[in-house]
Structure formats: C-alpha cells, structure tokens
Design a protein around this ligand. Structure first.
Ligand code: UD1
Ligand code: CA
Length: 458
C-alpha cells in the first residue's frame, strides 16, 4: 500500500516585486486568488491533509479561505523555503508521502503531480525539473557524469559554469515524510541569501545514497511562478488562452480566442457563438445555440437555448429563458427570471423581477421588484417607482397588459390582465384588467399667443 499523501503549500513569502500591500498569493488570476488555484489542484489529488504555510501579511491569507479544509501553519519569519517546510512537518504524519507546492505557481496540473508522485513511490526523493532556454533566477539541477542528480545550486550562489546549466528546479518535489524531516533538520543558512534553502536537501539525500528521480511537466506554463505584475498578466493570458482552447474543442465558436475572459466556470451547449470582448464571471451556463454579441459582461447567469445577447449588456444573477432577445445596452440585475421569448431592449434595466413568456420591454425602462405577465408590452420610458425612500414595493402587471409610453407605476400597484394604460400616466392605484386607465392633464392650445422676443440692448 502506498503511504498516504499529505500536501504542503508554501505561501508565506512577501512577493516584494508585486509592489503591493496585498499578500502575493491573494492576487487574482482568472477571478480567484493564486492560492485558490493551487488549493483546487491540491484537492483534486485527494490528499489525507493539506498544510498551508503562511506568514507575510499576517492572518489575511488564512482569513481569505475560511471554509477550505486546510491545516494552517504560521511561519513567523520568512527564513527560506527549507525553514517554511520545516514549520509544517510536525503536523505531517509518518508514514506519509509529502508533496510540496508553491502558492505562487498556479497553473500546475494534477496529472503532472501524479507523475511526480509515482516517481517518488518507492521512497525516493522526486523532483519536477524543466529545460529552459533562459534559466534566469531558477535553481540549477546539477548532475554527475553518469547523469544522476547530485545537488541544486541556487542561481545567486551558482558559479558561472553552474549558472550555464539549463535544467532548472521547478520547486515541486515529493518525498517520504520521515526522511524529509531528517534532511530538513540538517539544513544551514550559509549561502548568498542567508536562508534555509529547501533545495539543499538534495545534496543531503544524495550523501545518504538516496537516488533522486526527476520528471518533467507536459507544458512549461505549469511551472511558471508569479513574482511581479508583469508575470501575473502573462499567466492570466496563458490561462485564458487555455480556457479558450478547451471551449473551442467543445465546439464553441469564439470570434477571437484572445478577446475572451472567463473568470469562473463557463458551461456551453452546442453551437454557441461568442463574439469579441466578452467577460464571464462566476458560474455561467449557456444553452444550445446561444449567441453572445460583442462587449458583454455576464456574471452568474443561466441563459436558455436560442437566446441572443446583443452587444453591450451587463447581466448579473439572472435566469434567462429560451429564445429571448436581450440588448443592445440592457442591464439585467440579480434575482431576475425571464421566461421564454422575452425581449429586453436598449437602456432597459430589470431588477429582481419575473417576466412572463413573450413579454416585451424594448426601450428606456426600469422594471424593479415586479411580476410581469405573458405577452405584456411595456412601452418606452415606463418606470416602476418601487422605492418610496424607505421601503421597496412590488408592481404586478397582468398577462397581455399594454403599458403606454412614459408611464410611472407607483408601487405597490397592480395592473390587471389585458389592461391598457394611457401614455404618460402616473398609476398609483390598481388599474383593473381589460380596461383603459390613464391620468392625463387636458391638452390646451392658446391661439394668438406670442413667443417673447429678445430685447435689443441699445
Ligand atoms: C525557489 C527555489 C528554486 C526554484 C524556484 C522555482 C529554493 C531555495 N529555491 O526559488 O530552486 O527554481 O523556487 O520557482 O527553494 N516561501 C515561504 N517562506 C519563505 C520563503 C519562501 O513560504 O521563508 C514560499 C514563497 O511564498 C513561495 C515559495 O516559497 O511560494 C518559493 O519562494 P521564493 O522565494 O519565491 O523562491 P525562489 O527564489 O523563487
Ligand atoms: Ca518564486
């Protein structure tokens, strides 16, 4: 039986080059903190326990994940990666296989980590390494003439010959807990940075005759870390591109995969088309043949089959039915439910309302806290006056009602089924169904009335 898996995520570093007051691992990638990506990947491996070493930024990192089942370990001073891992080890069981992840390397895939774990299965120390054309600040993997790993040299401590090595340490490693504890206790901080380097355990393991297994990631983006805002932006683009590729593999038409941002979970039916500059946040589900026009912002919505979202809309927390037509320039706010074939047009705002099948509101309207019946027609400029300055009240509009343009519906108020409201009315009492209701001042014409003339200033 393989030893149980325990994962340690190192996330205590400051991230100086982010030039920010926010702890580095709390910066967002695709709408969620870097550390959340690593935690999701860790959870996908179904470990016995996840330990997160945090420190810089005080309790902010821990407080950002109140619900996640994690063992938090505080590293008071950031004395290096070896020191950080050592803080977590007392809480790690024995026997266990320990997998080390970094909180600022968010795109690592579970499949790659499974390969790394398999490499450490027989009690080995396993490292994930990669060949880089420009190895930069990464630790260098040093091998003997037989090709066996003997040591890692940190770039700041490397001789010119060592620095020329292009195989680098990605930072991901797996090892049995008992041996790891022993090696960690043997570390010192006699190096360029005065830190306890986790990477120095390689030399200690080799000295004990332990052989080091190595493997490589499927894609180099998996091992890229975030140390600056530039790198954060680069990883965002890589991640967005990967999500766009997946959507296209599923059959979604993207007018331009470089002009789509998915910050959450997007599920699409068949033959969905997404035009340029669309942002999806939270959980969004698009039914078959949904068409999303350019420049739309859609958060936490379900959109039914055959619905078209025309350009420049903001949709949040709405359940939109089938064959609807929304936009251009519509705003749909949370707790709105549209039945099938609803039309919502330009400069129309709908909030916390239920709109019946086939209802239309095509121009310049606010519908809030309302129930609108089937096939109702809401004329241009209709406003539900739902707020009396203290409380919110409901408006109910019956099936087939016709609300004339520029009507103010002063809630609470009910307009009956089939009612017609004359244009320009202020409706503050219930309007019965099947009748015409209107409030309107008499129209007067003054014959012979003269427009004033401008006085000449002599
Ligand atoms: C480390 C490796 C280097 C590797 C690189 C890969 C060491 C000594 N070096 O270097 O070989 O190529 O990662 O990205 O391990 N951290 C703590 N507490 C600390 C110090 C760091 O929790 O006291 C955390 C950081 O938050 C970060 C991770 O450990 O998530 C790596 O630390 P960082 O300082 O970025 O290490 P590198 O210099 O990049
Ligand atoms: Ca780093």
């Amino acid at each position: 039986m393989p030893a149980p898996l325990e994962i340690v995520i190192l996330a205590a570093g400051q991230g100086k080059r982010m030039a920010s007051d926010i702890p580095k691992v709390l910066h967002d990638l695709a709408g969620k903190p870097l550390l959340a990506h690593v935690l999701d990947t860790a959870q996908a491996l179904k470990p016995e326990a996840i330990h997160v070493v945090y420190g810089h930024g005080g309790e902010r990192v821990r407080d950002a994940f109140p619900e996640t089942p994690v063992k938090w370990v505080r590293q008071e001073e950031q004395n290096g990666t070896g020191h950080a891992l050592a803080q977590a080890m007392p809480a790690v069981a024995d026997p266990a296989t320990v997998l080390v992840l970094f909180g600022d390397v968010p795109l690592i895939r579970p499949q790659t980590l499974k390969v790394l774990l398999a490499a450490s299965a027989s009690g080995n120390l396993a490292l994930l390494t990669a060949e880089l054309a420009d190895p930069g600040g990464y630790g260098r993997i040093l091998r003997n003439p037989a090709g066996k790993v003997v040591r890692i040299a940190e770039s700041r401590d490397a001789t010119p010959a060592e620095a020329a090595v292009r195989e680098i340490n990605t930072g991901f490693m797996a090892a049995p807990s008992a041996r790891l504890k022993k090696w960690l206790s043997g570390l010192n901080n006699r190096n360029a940075q005065g830190e306890y380097y986790l990477t120095d355990i390689i030399g200690l393991a080799v000295a004990e005759g332990v052989s080091i297994a190595t493997c490589t990631p499927a894609d180099i983006s998996e091992i890229l870390g975030v140390n600056s805002k530039q790198e954060l932006a680069q990883l965002e683009r890589i991640h967005q591109r990967q999500q766009a590729e997946k959507l296209m593999q599923q059959g979604v038409t993207l007018r331009d995969p470089a002009r789509l941002d998915v910050r959450g979970e997007l599920r699409c039916g068949r033959d969905v088309v997404i035009d340029v500059n669309v942002i999806f946040e939270g959980k969004v589900t698009l039914g078959d043949r949904v068409h999303i026009g350019p420049n739309n912002f859609i958060r936490d919505c379900t959109i039914g089959t055959d619905t078209a979202i025309l350009p420049n809309c903001v949709l949040e927390g709405a359940d939109i039915g089938t064959s609807c037509r929304i936009g251009p320039f519509s705003r749909i706010r949370p707790e709105t439910k549209l039945a099938a074939q609803v039309h919502v047009g330009n400069f129309v705002e709908v909030k916390k309302s239920e709109i019946g099948e086939g209802a239309k509101m095509n121009h310049l309207t606010y519908i809030g806290d309302s129930t609108v019946g089937c096939d109702a027609n809401i004329g241009a400029g209709t406003i539900t006056c739902n707020y009396d300055g203290v409380n919110k009240h409901r408006t109910v509009i019956g099936d087939h009602a016709f609300i004339g343009s520029n009507t103010a519906l002063v809630a609470p108020v009910t307009v009956g089924a089939g009612a017609v409201i004359g244009a320009g009315s202020v409706i503050s009492r219930d309007a019965p169904g099947g009748a015409l209701t209107l409030t309107r001042a008499e129209q007067v014409t003054r014959l012979g009335w003269k427009r004033p003339v401008k006085k000449s200033n002599k």
